[in-house]
Every structure is written in C-alpha cells, then in structure tokens.
Design a protein around this ligand. Sequence first.
Ligand code: RNT
Ligand code: ZN
Length: 422
Amino acid sequence: MNAEKIKDAYTFARQQYADLSVDTDKAIQTLGNVSLSLPCWQGDDVGGFEMSDSPSGAGGIQATGSYPGKARTLEELRMDLDKAFSLIPGQKRLNLHAMYGDFGEKPVDRNEIEPEHYQGWIDWAKKRDIKLDFNATCFSHPRAESGFTLSSKDKKIREFWIEHVKRCRAISARLGQSLESTCIHNLWIPDGTKDSPVDRWAHRALLKEALDEIYAEKYSSSEMKDAVESKLFGIGSESFVVGSHEFYMGYALSKGIMLCLDLGHYHPTESIGDKISAILQFSEELLLHVSRGVRWDSDHVVSLNDEVRSLSEEIVRSNVLERVHFALDFFDASMNRVGAWVIGARATLKSVLIALLESREKLQEFEDSGNTFARLALLEELKTMPFGAVWDYFCLKMDVPSGESWIEEIERYDAEVTRKRG
Ligand code: RNT
Ligand code: ZN
C-alpha cells in the first residue's frame, strides 16, 4: 500500500474511533513511547558465544528446529538484529544474556565475566540508540548439570553461581550507566527436579539465602533494576521448580525488586492479564516476558492471540503502561529467526495499540450503571474496528514497512544473507 492510501485509510479510521470518543492520534503517540526488549537469544537458538562447548537443555531451554542460517558470531547476530530492528516500529531495546559476551579466543567461565566483555555491545548499541537489558546465564553449563544452581546443596556450586549473578548485576549497572537508560537484570534459574523430592524446603531455603547474598549489593536505580522470574515446570523439572511463582512473589515483594511474569510459565488456563492489577497494588514495577506457551513449550514466537491482547488490555485499563517493562522471550529454530523477532515484536505492539484504542469511557459507563449487555456488545463491536489502518499509519510515521510488505524484506535477507551461511 502506498503512503497516500495509508493516510486515507487512517483518516477514515480516525473518524470511526472519534465517534466512540477514542483519540487515535494520542494512541499512536503513546505507542511510540513503548519499548520492547528483543531477546538476543532468538538469533542463535540460545547458543551464546562462549569458547567452551556447554551442554544445553537445562530446565527446558532447548530450541527445536533446524532452519538454516542462525547467527554464528557476534557480528552475524548484530547484523541480524539490525535487520530486525529496521522492521519494528518504536523504541529499541535489546535483551542480552551473559553468554553473549565478547570473549575473544579464550574461554572465560561464568564466574569470571567482566563489564569489558560487553563493551562491544555498548558501542554497537550507542551508535543505534538501542538500550540494553541483561540476564544471568545459569544454564547450559557443566555446573548446572545436576539440575541445581543457586539452590544446590553443594556449596561450591552455589558459590560459583552466586559469583556469576553478582557479576551480572555489576555488568547490568555498567550497561545502564553507559547507555543512560536503566538496565533491567532478570534472573531465571533452571533449578528443579523431574520427580517429586521429599525435601523441597531445603532448596528453597538455600535459594533465599543465595539471593540475599546476591542482592546485598545496592546499585542506583538509574543504572539497573532487578527482576526475578518464576516458572511452573520445565522439561526435566516437571515435579518441582524451586523458584515457583509463590516463592518469587514473596521474595520480590519483601525485597522491593521486580517480579518477572513469563506468559508461558503458568497453568494454561491462568490469565496473566488478571495478575497485573493484583501485583501492581503492591509492587512499583513489573517485568513481562511476552511469550507463547504451546503444550509443554513455553517459548513459541509471540502472536496476537487472546492472552497477549488481554495482557495489554489490563495494562492499559489499569493505567500502568509506565510501570510495566515489556521483554519478549521466545526461541524458535524452525523458521527464519530474524522474521520471528519481527513477528513477535509487531504482534506485541499491535496488542498495545488495540488496548489503547478501546472506548474506555463508554465501557466504564456501561459497567458502572450495571449494563452488562451493552458492555459486552461494545467490546464485541470493538473487535472489528479498523485498528489495522491505525497500525499502518503508525508504521508509516515510524518509517518502517506497514502491512505485510516487510515479509519480502525478510525473504530477501534470507536468500541473500542468512541462507548463505551454510
Ligand atoms: C526460561 C525462562 C527464561 C529464558 C531466557 C533465555 O523458561 O523463560 O527467561 O527463556 O532467559
Ligand atoms: Zn522467560
């Protein structure tokens, strides 16, 4: 579609929304300030660039599929990210994992990483006005093989991982300081067991103790903020996960740090949207891992489904857009990896836009007067309003392709770049 047609369609849509007292210009402006943190690990199947051959798979972190062309080096990963970012509207953030440092030719173990190993990322990000977030990597490592890291009964193993996470927090502070944007450090550990243990208590007590040691060091919130991510189960940790939702909810609230809710980490019928207005009564901020759970996999590429829509609706309706941090979390090795980033990011942003285009005043009126029929009827009508025209206009304004025109850009990149990697 050419620019003129996009503008015409937008003019028409703007009027339709205005009739319902919705200001589309304002929605677009708000959407332009939303930033999503893109998962670097989607670019190479959660491989990382360490010089050692580490086992993968702990806690369900295993990408499946063999689509050709994954990034094999830092340079290739950055190049792929440049391509993805060029097709995603809005503010740019990248979520790094510790194993993606620039380690040169020698092995650097997880308890030896330094801020210097991420200087290349800082330089790269600065040039592009991209902000960075960070994650400790407590999996795909011989010392995670037992299924326990921070909650291991082996003191040496525990200390090794405590040291790693402490360093990750210091690195996060450096990233935030250098790029003048608070870096969110998220902690997810794979700890758990396949079968039911008789001693859940000891592992949780050990995890609590380890976390206390890790978070004892304070950093300025303008440099970094902490989040902890729970999980219901993983492959190989079906019966017991040490860092469960209750565990981390208690921990985060008692320490004043953020909870991270991953959409794939709950019971399938549990609504993550519903949790927003509950948790944020007690916590200042929240980190989200926008993902798509399918059966036992919690990390399919995000699509604009009911879960994601209700999540964004609840965030907008609760008026907490500024207190919520969106990160995407998925890894799919069965399709073009760069395209997967773009699909997930555009889907998430669309969900926010749809929520911003809700006819809030009218719905509230109906609800307050007990008119549940009219509330449901209007919600149903809103579903077929022309939000696509608003989205296309937003993309045009942000100078990224609208509609489906970006698909061929990915196909071209696939043929000309990634497929040639062999
Ligand atoms: C795992 C968690 C975690 C990871 C990333 C790679 O179940 O969701 O967030 O996906 O850290
Ligand atoms: Zn996650």
